[in-house]
Design a protein around this ligand. Sequence first.
Ligand code: WQD
Length: 345
Amino acid sequence: MKKERILVTGGTGYIGSHTVVELQQAGYSVVIIDNLSNSNISVLDGIERITGIRPDFVEGDCTDIDTLRKLFTDYPGIKGIINFAASKAVGESMQKPILYYRNNLDTLLNLLDLMGPEGVKGIVFSSSCTVYGEPDVNPVTEKSPIKKATSPYGNTKQISEEIITDVIAAGAPFKAILLRYFNPVGAHPSAEIGELPNGVPQNLIPYLTQTAIGIRKELSVFGNDYDTPDGSCIRDYINVVDLAKAHVIAVERMLTDKSEAPVEIFNLGTGNGVSVLELINTFEEATGVKVPHKIVGRRAGDIEKVWADPTYANEVLGWKAEASLADTMRSAWAWQQRLRERGVM
Ligand code: WQD
């Protein structure tokens, strides 16, 4: 049975592109809209090399509602939306709050405005563990308190969740599933797609692999004076393909009316907290490649430690993170080597 058409905003981005692959392999027809502000159109080639299907693609900015209106006209019958399109670097958001609030919130408001009139049944929203702020207790569950965001990025995720909840409570004719990611890492096992931020990477793994291959001289570890066993921050690093698979399950759940509430929230993590220094060590052991690194001062906006209790997603979605951290580090390294082979970096 031919499955529905899904709109993936930010679909040439890191998590978006991996999700497009899983959607296509599950039989969905995919339309991507992306402004290519933090991704490259060559990602479409990688997706096609994996699945044999080139997704429909619109280069555009979701903060412009007329662009979205035209997309719905050009690609009729969209039944689900996965919204990845957002700026997402914690550190950068401390320097550019207006860019983060305008980009992340205007995008969402435009989508919500159009979903009802366009007959879209549900939206999967890319949320984040940053909504928990600095948790008092780890692991965090979906019922853990939402703490005051420690960065504009995290605040845009909190506000977005509230906007979606309010719009649906006001009677909007669609459902929502909010997926709170922990730290997505790694690359597709084919090494055809992976994380490819423009410019100097803001987040850990791309900077780590670019250091390992010699593009960057040394990885700076932002602080080793935290209240953790080795002093460096702790996160829940989840394989990006495992994460992508959860999105297909969420779309399926809404389109087949399995949702148990108009808005459902799930933590997507492994349940394992890993420190920065432990991650570096895991990478070195898994790949045999050394990562030159030094301890520097803390980064503004960083959470000390946060990791998931993924029980609810495991039990209700029937989803579980499968990949080992070692395999995930090997996938990140294979991707970095492929980029070198292609002369990309
Ligand atoms: C991880 C750890 C840094 C870079 C991410 C995403 C965000 C959201 C939440 C999904 C921290 C340390 C980093 C470096 C370092 N994900 N670090 N040196 O800040 O946890 O946020 O997860 O919504 O979009 O960005 O991720 O990779 O920036 O940092 O020591 O060069 O690595 O201090 O402890 P973060 P990150």
